[in-house]
Design a protein around this ligand. Sequence first.
Ligand code: DAH
Length: 339
Amino acid sequence: MKETLSTLSALAKEAIQNCTTEAEIEEIRVKYLGKKGELTAILKQMGSLSPEERPKMGQLVNEAKQELEELISVKRGELKNAATELKLKAETIDITMPAKEVKPGKLHPLNTVLDDMINIFQSMGFDVVDGPEIETDHYNFECLNVPADHPARDMQDTFYLAENLLLRTQTSAAQIRTMETRKPPIRVICPGRVFRADEVDATHSPVFHQIEGLVVDKGITMCDLKGILEEFAHEIYGSDTKVKFRPSFFPFTEPSVEVDVTCSECGGKGCRVCKGGGWIEILGAGMVHPNVLRSCGIDPEEYSGFAFGIGLDRLTTTRYKISDIRLLFENDKRFLDQF
Ligand code: DAH
């Protein structure tokens, strides 16, 4: 029995030594030490031994068992470590490899300039309001003091959708909608798209953008208009920029002005951006005509106001020195990637 035991344990040791996977080591454990294992079988034969031999033999078997268990556990640990190491090696990351280029989305230059303008006016207490792009004749013209036969209608070539329905030619329509729904004091801007049946060229597009502004309160004068618009121009173009108010005409304001700023490119000397003139026209404005206030149920004897309409596209093309307005609408990625 002793001999069988030492042969068995020698075989087992050799098998443990030579095994290469965790699955194999488990097989060996079952083969020798399992319930039906070969070493266990020897224990079962102990009954045939004499009472003196039994404890000695028992001790020998237990020692052999313990020794094998220990060897198995050590081998198992080694195999596990080796497997982990192999896995880690296979998963190494080469941190010197060039990364994939990440291309995040960006704001369209029109939106960048619009965001700046909204910030400036909000800091002066203006709310931002929205208005529909499809308007009625009533809001786009009638209430703005432009009756059906008024020659000023020729100033804006209109896309009509039906007899009374049109694509708004100006954000000024939002003035009326605001005065109908809010009571003075009113201080709002309304940015948005406007549409005109213009011939398309480097400075004209049938779709462009305006920002309408409206202030109505008791005692509003031309000084408020000048102050706010000068402040706006300085915020956008810098405090060195000169601002010029030129008399003009709009049916919905009296008096009316157009506002020019010194060209930010040449400082007023004349260059390609300002087409040699030194000045760039950025907006139209004026004191809200009493007829317009009246058409919205506001008493012009009690209240006065001023309004303005800023061309967003011109502001954007001059800021970024974009030579053709059409680039703003083509969504050419090569163009947009530059901002
Ligand atoms: N609506 C005018 C245009 O499209 C711009 C404008 C001028 C708006 C004077 C105003 C204003 O509110 O007071 O040319």
